[in-house]
Ligand binder design. Structure first.
Ligand code: HEM
Length: 451
């Protein structure tokens, strides 16, 4: 008698044969971006990768990504590696699950309604303008470092208003950098080594988190003791749930830290990558500058200008397509699920990779080309919804997505309106994937020319 045909949902996804996952680990350690792309190319839209005895399912078709992030959202948890982030972020929005996440998301959403986001626009442009004052004609700057400094100043101002002195901002930046470097593939982070093991890196990160704690708790205490303010922290302090309950100090601290970490590096990278692309595509830069000159002229850009800057929007979108700051979005299946005709068992890790999908020629002809006009009109409309998902999707979509888009547009408009940036000869972009997709080495050097 013939064995019954396996039901679709019991099909095992194909992938590189490697039972223990050691060979995959070596490939992954050498070239994470290359491994993901070659696995998707070779094994298709749902592929299984074994890494140290853990199954990862790489899901690469827009419809299947939608299934993971939207349709099956109810049975998805944050991926297992987010535990490492808890060392700095505690149980903030990015790292929590279940009822806690739901409760916090509702409270945090009050700080990200459109009217509030628009109100942050003035600070975004004003702080960027002030941050550009040290720039000098013909000077050479480090693109990533400067964008990191500027976005830190913007996030600090929007989050805490004038509650942070410049020396505090610098201290936050240094401590955040230590935390970021820890997350960026340190052996301690990869092996999830407990915090109490006294390696030098473990000690450094514990000290950096303690410095950040001291500062954030100090600001929260000042606010609780004094007048209310109209910045993001003020909104979070006032936010109430359905029972009229507000966040306690610990919860506020975790959320403030999460916003600092999630909101600063990603936008800095978006700007650094966009300015790099403009410096290597002078015709795009000219068109962008012409749009800015016509709409904004010599004044500071405002949130209301953004609607009149469609080319700037396309430039930023195309930059985030080519170099997505968040290059993978992970989930853990809390139950068995079926995706793309394959069974994904409970406990498996699911990877959707912006890096892989944003470069897929099925959705993006000439995928390596920088072509902002691919987003225009009918061409733009033909791109499937989840072929481009720089902010993730579904209920856990980036809560800061509109904030980030406004911030990136206003900062880009302020910079490009006044300065031209030319890459120094011999500089080439090499990517280094860590939690975010960074520029490798010390960062790219550009020469400034005042307009
Ligand atoms: C270009 C800039 C940014 C990019 C590319 C980005 C990307 C992302 C992505 C991919 C996620 C995960 C979504 C998912 O799992 O489905 C996320 C989550 C999150 N982002 Fe962003 N983000 C950016 C800016 C910001 C900003 C400016 C803020 C805050 C001011 C922010 C706060 C958050 C928070 C709190 C979460 C967790 C949301 C949750 O799990 O409910 N992000 N972001």
């Amino acid at each position: 008698m013939n064995a019954p045909a396996p039901s679709v949902a019991s099909r095992r996804a194909p992938g590189p044969a490697d039972r223990l996952g050691l060979r995959n680990l070596v490939r992954f350690a050498r070239d994470q971006l290359g491994l993901l792309r070659s696995v998707a190319d070779e094994y298709g839209d749902v592929a299984r990768i074994e890494l140290l005895g853990q199954s990862y399912f790489l899901v690469s078709h827009p419809d299947d990504i939608e299934a993971v992030l939207v349709k099956h959202a109810r049975v998805m948890l944050r991926d297992s590696h987010s535990v490492v982030l808890e060392r700095a972020l505690g149980k903030g929005l990015l790292t929590s699950n279940g009822e806690l996440w739901k409760h916090q998301r509702k409270l945090m959403a009050q700080a990200f309604v459109p009217r509030r986001i628009q109100s942050y626009g003035a600070a975004m442009a004003r702080v960027t303008d002030a941050g550009l004052r040290p720039w000098r004609d013909r000077a050479v700057i480090n693109l990533h470092q400067e964008m990191s400094r500027l976005t830190m100043e913007v996030v600090a101002d929007v989050l805490f208003g004038s509650g942070l002195a410049p020396a505090d901002v610098e201290q936050v930046r240094e401590s955040m950098e230590t935390v970021n470097e820890f997350f960026a593939n340190s052996p301690e982070a990869i092996t999830m080594l407990p915090a109490w093991v006294p390696t030098p890196r473990n000690r450094r990160v514990t000290a950096a988190v303690a410095r950040l704690d001291e500062l954030i708790y100090r600001i929260i205490a000042q606010r609780r003791a004094g007048e209310s303010r109209d910045d993001l922290l003020g909104t979070l302090l006032a936010a109430q749930d359905d029972d009229g309950e507000r966040m306690n100090d610990r919860q506020l601290r975790d959320e403030a830290m999460t916003l600092f970490l999630a909101g600063h590096e990603t936008t800095a990278l978006t700007l650094a990558h966009t300015l790099y692309l403009l410096s290597t595509h002078p015709e795009v830069e000219r068109r962008l500058h012409a749009e800015l000159a016509a709409v904004v002229g010599d004044r500071l850009p405002t949130a209301d200008d953004v609607r009149a800057l469609p080319y700037a929007e396309r430039v930023i979108k195309e930059s985030m397509r080519l170099y997505p700051p968040a290059w993978t979005t992970g989930r853990e299946a809390a139950e068995d699920v079926e995706v793309g005709g394959y069974r994904i068992p409970k406990g498996a890790q699911i990877l959707t990779s912006q890096w892989v999908v944003h470069h897929d020629p099925r959705w993006f002809p000439n995928p390596e080309g920088f072509d902002p006009d691919r987003w225009e009109g009918e061409r733009g409309k033909a791109i499937p919804r989840f072929a481009f998902f720089p902010f993730g999707g579904g209920p856990r979509v980036c809560i800061g997505n509109h904030f980030a888009t406004l911030e990136a547009t206003l900062m880009l408009a302020t910079i490009v309106g006044r300065w031209r940036l030319d890459l120094l000869p011999g500089q080439r972009l090499t990517l280094k994937p860590s939690v975010t997709l960074r520029q490798a080495g010390d960062g790219l050097l550009v020469r400034l020319s005042a307009r």
